[in-house]
Design a protein around this ligand. Sequence first.
Ligand code: F6R
Length: 610
Amino acid sequence: MCGIVGYTGAHEASPILLAGLRRLEYRGYDSSGIATISDSQMIVRKKSGRVRVLEEALVVEPAPGSCGISHTRWATHGPATDRNAHPHVGHGGTVAVVHNGVIENHSSLRKELEARGIVFKSQTDTEVIAHLIAVELGDGDDLLAAVEAILPRLEGTYGLAVVSPRCPGQVIGARLGSPLVLGLGEGEHLIASDPVAILPHTSRVAFLQDGEVVRVTPHDFEIRHRERGSITPRIDRIDWKPDAGELSGYDHYMQKEIHEQPDTVRDACRGRLRKAEGTAYFGGLNMSPRQLRGIRRVVFAACGTSWHAALVGEYLIERLARLPVEVEYASEFRYRNAPLDSRTLVFVLSQSGETADTLGALREATRQGHPTLAICNTVGSTIAREADGGIYLHAGHEVGVASTKAFSAQVAVLTMLALELGRLRHLSFPDGVAVVEALESVPDLIAEVLKTEPIIARAAEKLTHAQSALYLGRDIHFPVALEGALKLKEISYLHAEGYPTAEMKHGPIALIDKQTPCVFVAPKGSLHAKTLSNVEEVRARLGPIISVGTEGDESLMSLSDSFLPIPDVPEIIQPLLAVIPLQLLAYHVARLRGCDIDKPRNLAKSVTVE
Ligand code: F6R
């Protein structure tokens, strides 16, 4: 989704801003732009398309200056055109603004400004902010005061960066509901919507909080909160693995991240498994065993892939801990006024920690007075900071827009959570030890599954020309089927739907013909014989069959056009293995179809608007 990078210091701003934008490309965007201040002049360049297009434009028409702001836009109001790209310039050319988020009252503000004779150049909601600041600034030169004065008029969410030729060397940032981080360098300061953009410059950062405004100059910064006045921020240090942003020999980040999953699961489990007690333990939950034992119900709220992981968690917790679990779409939960009692434990799950709907769900649960916990990957993200406690995934930076390793880390964490909750109830010590041992074996087993990539790549050829596919799984494999279908949709643009296997008979079976493959997630387990009957039903209707099954399963193999094997393991860890072939299947279908795998159309890495 949209990205912001701002810089003020001793160096030329535009190469630094462009490098920052390139590091944000993974988030998804459709246009980009830059504004710099040089000799009290403001230079603005913006282009639809990739950052590369902007870079080419800057070769022809450079943007000099050592202070500037830049943006990658993911269109919300108005299509992806040069005009709608940010920065937007305020009336009289005195300010330039880049903005993440949505201004909900933009129409009324626009009408008001138009009535004053201001002519709009774009269809965006952001342009109203630029004009409001310009009008407020008037002939003055206190940009911070002008920004602070107009912010109460904005309804909605924003992360903002603003520059003005009246105030060379200054960048103003503001945050309400859309993240902004300040980078503290030597003789330079940066601001960004995502620390990834600025970490090569500095690892010392301060995360702005909602309601805060910052003014940065090369040697100084000042943060103010709209109610609390001057703020001394907490300075965090973020560890940056230099190669985390590199492809390391892979063709795409998605492929790299799929292959990282043995380490992902290892890192998620590190220090959390207690074999001697047959359990798992999370320090960050901030809850005593007595409090955890008192829980009567668990609610998960999440979106997309995180929602699928939560569904796996539902099966695991119900099975190991016999606790009722509900999994909610965060976007629905936040407005649904769901009845929660004091013995309900509310978890939100989010890779990015910035998803607006999930953050809304967290805030709704907090508003109702419930302690809230987060399962999150991004350290220091808004969700991680606002939750009362939680569990970090330790999956490392996920660049691929299609989430892969975060899913595995979430499922590993949820397996451990189910184990801990189970051991606080009726789960026996030997059964607990068996889960610990199963989890310990997962990284090496994922490595085994990854070796089958050539078989999966061949199976992908069967899907490439399909119009549509069904993904089917029973019990704990139903969410895995949903996740497989989502991966295919996202990166190959093929229509795919996930269903519980037996549900197929109640409607979707009408779709099955020679052109509509069915992908069965069917490792051996308690319901295997029933699944085989469902496979037969598809075969009888000539539907091509791709199946993920237990190696050596002759019955399933003989019914399948392509058989994708996983090792024979206990059901409890099967989802962690079964998802791997589905991720690779989607990857290879997209590759064969020539899709832009790391930048799939219309998608954004972190969805910071409702
Ligand atoms: C799917 C995908 C999205 C995200 C969803 C939630 O590949 O990436 O469906 O899972 O937008 O994002 P997080 O987990 O960051 O809250």
